[in-house]
Design a protein around this ligand. Structure first.
Ligand code: HEM
Length: 128
C-alpha cells in the first residue's frame, strides 16, 4: 500500500527541508552545472559573473524559503528586464532546478513547495 510521506511539520521551515545552507548550495550548484551544458539557455549567461550569480541565487532561494538570510540582489523584474527570456527558457531552467533537487533527494512535497513560491515570479522574469 502507498503511504504518502508526511508534509513538513509546522516547526520546519522550507529552508530546513531543503537542507539549510549546505543543501541549498548543492541544489544551486546542480542547477548551474545543468544550465552550463544546456545549449537552449546558456547563451543568456554569456555576460554573467557566475560566482556572483551563484551567491545571489543562494541568497534568493534562502529568502524565498524563509531561511534566515538577506537577499542583496535586484528584483526579479529589474534583473531579468531586456534579457528576452521566453516561457520555454523559464520551463527549461525550472526543469533543471527540479532535476537538481531530485539529485539531492529532496522529497516531492518539498520540491513542490519551493516551485509554488517561484511560480508567481514567472511574469516578472519572462518577456511579453
Ligand atoms: C524561477 C526562476 C528564476 C529565478 C528565481 C531567478 C533568479 C535570479 C537571481 C536571484 C538573479 C541575481 C540577480 C542579481 O544579481 O541582482 C538572477 C539573474 C539572472 N537570471 Fe534569473 N532567475 C530565474 C529564471 C531565469 C531564467 C529562465 C533565465 C534565462 C534562461 C535567467 C537568466 C538570468 C540571468 C542571465 C541573470 C544574470 C544577469 C546578470 O548578468 O547580471 N533567469 N536570476
Amino acid at each position: 500500500s502507498v503511504h504518502p510521506a508526511p508534509l513538513q511539520a509546522d516547526t520546519t521551515s522550507l529552508y530546513q527541508a531543503l537542507g539549510n545552507d549546505a543543501g541549498v548550495s548543492a541544489i544551486i550548484d546542480g542547477l548551474l552545472k545543468r544550465i552550463s551544458t544546456d545549449t537552449r539557455i546558456v547563451h543568456h549567461f554569456d555576460a554573467t559573473d557566475i560566482a556572483l550569480f551563484r551567491e545571489r541565487l543562494i541568497e534568493h532561494i534562502c529568502w524565498v524559503a524563509d531561511g534566515d538570510c538577506e537577499y542583496h540582489g535586484e528584483s526579479m523584474e529589474k534583473t531579468h528586464q531586456g534579457l528576452n527570456i521566453t516561457q520555454a527558457d523559464f520551463d527549461a531552467l525550472v526543469g533543471h532546478l527540479i532535476a537538481s533537487m531530485k539529485e539531492q533527494h529532496i522529497p516531492l512535497a518539498t520540491r513542490n513547495a519551493l516551485l509554488k513560491r517561484l511560480a508567481p515570479m514567472y511574469s516578472d522574469i519572462t518577456y511579453h
